[in-house]
Write a protein that binds this ligand. Structure first.
Ligand code: IMP
Length: 182
């Protein structure tokens, strides 16, 4: 494992926060909770690209229930009418849905707007069972209506990178999680 020291990405400095072994231990615990929850049911796993990929790569081998896999991707853009960013699919869920319980896999739930957008869309499409497992959750930033049921780490409201998460497309390769230096 590489040494833990502050790193510079573009104009910002990030300090080590959660190490890879700590993340892997927690991912094992999350997998156990998911295995308990789903039992022998077949589940439609929906990783939300791109930041969740590394989390999902560690999680999938630990899951014992059968699943189908369909990645989705969401971008946010400012509308002409409002400065507020509105989410939209760049890779949409399957249509029609296969009628399986859905488990969304996220890297981080921050304001919760992304998760609300996907869950509301799936419920409108007739899905009755939608859950989310997120590696990270920022309760202080959260303003949504659908909290993730399965959470790896609750973290403070500070920007994090590494373990798949980026800052302006940098830092995804880092094995640990780093937090913006105060
Ligand atoms: P939301 O605010 O919950 O809708 O989060 C939207 C997306 O913003 C997440 O899926 C991440 O891609 C990104 N994001 C939010 N907070 C962070 C962070 O601290 N580091 C990296 N990406 C973040």
């Amino acid at each position: 494992m590489d040494s833990l020291h502050p790193i510079a990405l573009r104009d910002k400095t990030f300090v080590p926060y959660i190490t890879q072994p700590q993340i892997e231990t927690r991912v094992q615990q999350l997998a156990a909770a998911l295995n308990d929850y789903y039992g022998t049911q077949t589940v439609l796993l929906m990783p939300i690209l791109t930041g969740a990929l590394r989390f999902v790569a560690g999680l999938l081998p630990l899951l014992e229930f059968p699943y189908e896999l369909h990645c989705i991707q969401i971008s946010t853009y400012a509308t002409e009418m409002s400065a507020q960013k509105a989410p939209a699919y760049t890779l949409a869920p399957p249509c029609p849905l296969p009628g399986l319980p859905v488990l969304l896999l996220e890297d981080i739930v921050d304001t919760g707007h992304t998760l609300d957008f996907v869950i509301q869309d799936l419920l409108q499409a007739g899905e009755t069972e939608v859950q989310c497992a997120s590696l990270l959750f920022k309760p202080a930033a959260y303003k949504g209506a659908h909290r993730p049921r399965f959470v790896g780490f609750e973290i403070p409201n500070a920007f994090v990178v590494g373990y798949g998460l980026d800052y302006a497309q940098q830092g995804r390769h880092l094995p640990h999680l780093y937090q913006l230096a105060p």
